[in-house]
Write a protein that binds this ligand. Structure first.
Ligand SMILES: Nc1nc2c(c(=O)[nH]1)N[C@H]1C(S)=C(S)[C@@H](COP(=O)(O)OP(=O)(O)OC[C@H]3O[C@@H](n4cnc5c(=O)[nH]c(N)nc54)[C@H](O)[C@@H]3O)O[C@H]1N2
Ligand SMILES: Nc1nc2c(c(=O)[nH]1)N[C@H]1C(S)=C(S)[C@@H](COP(=O)(O)OP(=O)(O)OC[C@H]3O[C@@H](n4cnc5c(=O)[nH]c(N)nc54)[C@H](O)[C@@H]3O)O[C@H]1N2
Ligand SMILES: [Mo]
Length: 906
């Protein structure tokens, strides 16, 4: 393997080798047998789709190749000779996958005939190409999929008016009939009015997007819902303990990574979760051969494999125990050999570590150090104590403690998988405490913070940014009723909710029980029926509604359980837009084709409904979508060479303005508008010693009084009363559960509940396994689950520890039923040695395909198993719930690629 890795890293600069190698590496780490390209035969449905492209959905082109040296497998590809004409157009890769890459398509006679990725410049570490992953390269099967929704449609047995006309029980089973846009707009408008007039506006429910949210807000408000999704317990007010929001963007930038002797990937997997070029941020550190990589978590994931990391195994949801063990062993090692703990750092930059450093007015006469040593409960939180909970071998906890020592340059980088757990409330404070104990903040080679999404391994302020669309502020929701994500279907069905949190606004209150009376749902630009926990109850909740409508591109889960479905364009059919999130590169995309079939943009749909309701859509969108896009282009800025200021990015001429037919003024920038749009990206080239380097917290470390942190003391707060008081009052965990300092608490569903009576080491409970949900390279959440190429390339497995599964007589390829108190799913077994015993990995996002009679989901949806169980701040616990599994004795699953697509004949 190591030989392969070296070759891979070297081959980064030889595209052809890299492309060949990467498929092998991915296949190897997935523990699955993969084929890189699809055969045409498996594409029969989708390749006949969308008249405009019939017969032209070639096998995925080996994107990145410049045209003449194509390596596309000719026998698979009815590729039109690109030299015979065709124009490369920058095309969106728009999903919430966090990669942020360049995608281009060749359009000829209104057809997409080829696809490629970044070849706008030569590739180097300093100025790396932003290459698309396999999903970006399969994007044409999104836009031109045979399963694209073509027309507005209505569920046959549903009629407007509520009551008997609803036949809610038939949602998800009924037939569909085609309706006109006029009918769709007038029915949706009339139902919104009727439901609001009859039951009040709190009976309307929605969350994201352009339609329901704006319409309902204009009517006077609506019931929303909120959950902690990506950031888990880092959604809490971590600013109170001195961290930036979500602990983001205060690690060091990528040029500094080579200065680290140790790099920790904690609860993260950028090779899958930041696919594209982000893994290469760590390349220089890998190449200097001096850096020790460590991965901490329940699996030796793809990132661990790429970097040949040492695996510190920790059971899902038990990181608090692990990190407390690390803290204890750091103290012990410091005592026995010295040189581990940076006492000066603790003294200068923190409060609350020990009795001598308590913040003023502390309510509790307890501190972190004495808790760890066992002063309050006679339980030292040593490696032996921790190991029983987290499953990490004791020697590994001690090894990790030594690795965190002050004289080692350590980057302790985390994603959030370990925070997306019940009772992970103390993770942000505890993780920070370990960083403080080693003094790993604010110096080259030392950093402690997030490596996440499109910033994985590259923190710091954005170097290039897009402008605003020039729209007025959207109307706000006058209702404050927000249902907690994991328990929202229970709340809808039972009529009561604890309205105590607005997670992404970091607003928390004491327990606040409210009445809930939701009668209609407008599903818009998310997939939350599918992606929120408690999905079986979610379907029940849909069936209890008077009206459910949806904007959708495919018959997604929430479209399937709706009454009226309105086909929405993909980004390829819109005027254009931006992809942000990559520190060094800003992506701009343009229209590829005209809207397919009768699809409309979200704004057009909202306008259609508002017109019927007598609401003035111009209040929200006084300018066209084209003008909005133009404004965003004109407002782009880029950092100057000195790194001190931002200057306009795009040069715009009067001729550009006239050609576009928009309002605007000519301006000077650093790239011409036409070039920017056809390149599809503007990227700031980095160089060793440039002015864009970033060392997080440097100002605070150099001058703590002059640059205080966001906490009340201006320092890292290892003791914080507000944290404990707020969490204890929220009504999900008994009062007194949380302490002002990080401490261990037992989750209502987690490792302890895999045992009868919750006693570790006792008899196994009914559901003795711990489930976590890796974010899977086949999909971006639920998106792409329907894509034939990706279905063929990546099956839909459940990852099982090979000894555990063998003991149950299960082999790779068997259909297994995975079940718990919340539901039951089928998946294909993939036995592997790279996940811990007792753990089950259910890759996130596959679409539910529920067999109502047998009460089992043949689609294998994670959220059938992830239940409405909350604690603490109400965090969504995607990674520490329980299950059992068995070989399925019913009809086995067929490979996903052979499953028919959801094509609606109208
Ligand atoms: N391919 C793909 N990429 C994506 C997405 C996607 O759906 N697909 N979604 C995007 C979004 S919105 C998000 S939020 C990110 C998520 O990005 P990540 O948080 O990085 O992704 P995960 O796969 O959830 O978890 C990463 C690793 O954490 C480990 N892990 C799981 N549970 C625990 C735990 O309790 N403790 C510890 N220590 N480790 C644990 C697992 O071994 C897993 O490999 O991914 C983004 N990128
Ligand atoms: N069990 C479990 N559940 C999870 C997670 C987990 O790890 N485990 N991860 C969670 C995380 S971190 C996240 S971020 C969430 C993500 O949850 P969601 O945001 O709900 O997930 P997506 O699947 O990305 O949904 C996007 C939807 O929008 C549609 N869409 C795309 N473009 C447009 C458009 O222009 N207009 C409209 N109207 N629709 C459009 C897509 O077709 C797709 O259906 O999932 C969460 N759910
Ligand atoms: Mo996320």
């Amino acid at each position: 393997m190591s030989h392969l890795i070296d070759k891979l890293l070297d081959a980064r600069f030889s595209r052809r080798q890299f492309l060949k190698g990467s498929a092998v590496a991915t296949a190897a780490v997935a523990g699955l047998s993969l084929t890189a390209c699809s055969k045409e035969s498996s594409l029969s449905d989708t390749s006949q789709a969308a008249g405009t492209t019939a017969g032209t959905t070639a096998a995925p082109t080996t994107a990145g190749e410049s045209v003449p040296e194509t390596t596309a497998p000719v026998e698979h590809s009815p590729i039109v000779n690109p030299e015979e004409g065709g124009t490369w157009v920058s095309a969106a890769c728009w999903h919430n996958c966090a990669g942020r890459c360049l995608n281009k398509v060749m359009v000829k006679d209104g057809m997409v005939i080829r696809q490629k990725t970044d070849d706008t410049h030569e590739d180097s570490y300093e100025y790396m190409q932003q290459r698309a992953c396999l999903r970006g390269r399969a994007q044409q099967q999104q836009c031109f999929g045979a399963d694209r929704l073509k027309y507005p449609m209505k569920r046959k047995s549903w009629q407007p008016g509520g009551g008997e006309n609803t036949h809610g029980e038939l949602r998800g089973k009924d037939e569909w009939e085609r309706i006109s846009w006029e009918e769709a707009f007038s029915m949706v408008a009339a139902e919104i009015k009727r439901v609001a007039d009859t039951y009040g506006t709190d009976s309307l429910m929605t969350r994201t997007g352009s339609c329901g949210k704006n319409i309902f807000a204009m009517l006077g408000g609506y019931t929303s819902y909120a959950d902690t999704t990506s950031y888990g317990t880092y959604c809490f007010n971590v600013d109170k303990i001195g961290l930036p929001p979500y602990d983001l963007n205060k690690a060091n930038d990528r040029m500094d990574l080579k200065n680290s002797e140790t790099i920790v990937f904690y609860g993260g997997n950028p090779a899958w979760a930041s696919a594209g070029s982000r893994t290469y941020n760590f390349l220089q550190a890998k190449k200097n051969k001096k850096t020790q990589f460590i991965v901490v978590g329940p699996s030796y994931n793809a990132t661990a494999s790429v970097f040949e990391a040492k695996w510190i195994r920790v059971r899902p949801g038990t990181d608090t125990a692990f990190l407390l063990g690390v803290a204890y062993e750091m103290l012990a090692l410091d005592e026995s050999q010295g040189g581990i703990i940076d006492w000066d750092f603790l003294n200068t930059y923190t409060v609350g570590f020990d009795a001598d450093h308590m913040p003023e007015g502390a309510k509790l006469n307890e501190n972190f150090k004495d808790y760890v040593l066992g002063a309050y409960d006679e339980t030292p939180k040593d490696a032996a104590w921790a190991s029983k909970i987290c499953g990490t071998p004791e020697e590994d906890i001690k090894w990790y403690a030594n690795e965190m020592r002050k004289d080692k340059a350590v980057s302790i980088l985390h994603s959030y998988a370990h925070a997306r757990n019940r009772n992970a409330e103390d993770i942000p404070q505890l993780y920070m405490t370990i960083g403080c104990m080693g003094g790993h903040f604010g110096k080259p080679g030392h950093s402690c913070g997030a490596m996440y999404a499109s910033d994985a391994g590259n923190s710091g302020p954005r170097l290039v940014k897009n402008g605003g669309a020039g729209l007025p502020a959207a109307p706000t929701n006058a209702s404050d009723l927000r249902l907690n994500g994991p328990t929202m279907w229970k709340s809808v069905l039972e009529g009561k909710a604890n309205n105590n949190a607005d997670y992404y606004a970091a607003k928390y209150t004491a327990e606040d029980i409210r009445d809930v009376n939701v009668k209609m749902v407008y599903w818009d630009a998310d997939a939350r029926l599918q992606t929120s926990p408690d999905l079986v109850n979610g379907i029940k909740a849909m069936r209890s509604m008077e009206f459910v409508c949806c904007n959708a591109q495919f018959l997604t889960t929430q479209a399937k359980y709706s009454d009226i479905v309105m086909p929405v364009t993909t980004e390829w059919e819109r005027v254009g837009g931006f992809l942000t999130g990559n520190r060094e590169a800003l992506f701009v995309y343009t229209q590829v084709v005209e809207p397919l079939y009768e699809s409309k943009t979200d704004q057009e749909i909202a306008r259609g409904i508002m017109d019927q309701m007598g609401l003035n859509a111009d209040e929200i969108w006084p300018i066209s979508e084209k003008q909005q896009f133009f404004n965003q282009i004109a407002g782009c800025t880029v950092i100057n060479a000195e790194g001190t200021d931002y200057v306009p990015l795009v040069t715009i001429t009067q001729a550009d303005i006239d050609e576009w037919g928009v309002e605007g003024a000519p301006q000077d920038g650093v790239v011409e508008m036409k070039k920017f749009l056809s390149d599809g990206v503007y990227q700031v080239a980095r160089a060793e010693g440039d002015n864009y380097g970033y060392i997080g917290y440097q100002d605070f470390i150099e001058d703590p009084a002059g640059h205080p942190l966001s906490s009340e003391s201006g320092k890292f707060e290892i003791y914080n009363d507000w944290k404990a008081d707020t969490l204890n009052a929220m009504g999900y965990s008994p009062a007194g559960t949380f302490k002002p300092y990080p401490s261990y608490t037992v989750a209502p569903e987690g490792y302890e509940t895999t045992f009868k009576d919750g006693v570790i080491g006792g008899e196994p409970s009914e559901y003795p396994f711990l489930v976590y949900n890796p974010h899977y390279l086949r999909r971006s959440h639920s998106v792409f689950d329907n894509c034939p190429w990706l279905r063929e390339t990546w099956p839909n497995p459940v990852f099982l520890n090979k000894e555990d599964a063998a003991a149950k007589g299960i082999q790779t390829g068997d259909t297994v039923r995975v079940y718990n108190a919340h539901g039951s799913i089928l998946r294909t077994a993939s036995l592997t040695g790279i996940i811990m015993p007792g753990c089950v990995g259910v890759p996130h996002g596959s679409w539910i395909d529920y067999d109502e009679e047998k009460q089992v989901d043949r689609g294998g949806a994670d959220n059938v198993l992830c239940g409405p169980v909350v604690s603490g701040m109400g965090v969504t616990g995607y990674n520490n719930y329980n299950c059992n599994y068995e070989k399925y004795d019913g009809e086995p699953l067929i490979p996903d690629v052979e499953k028919p697509q959801r094509i609606i004949e109208l």
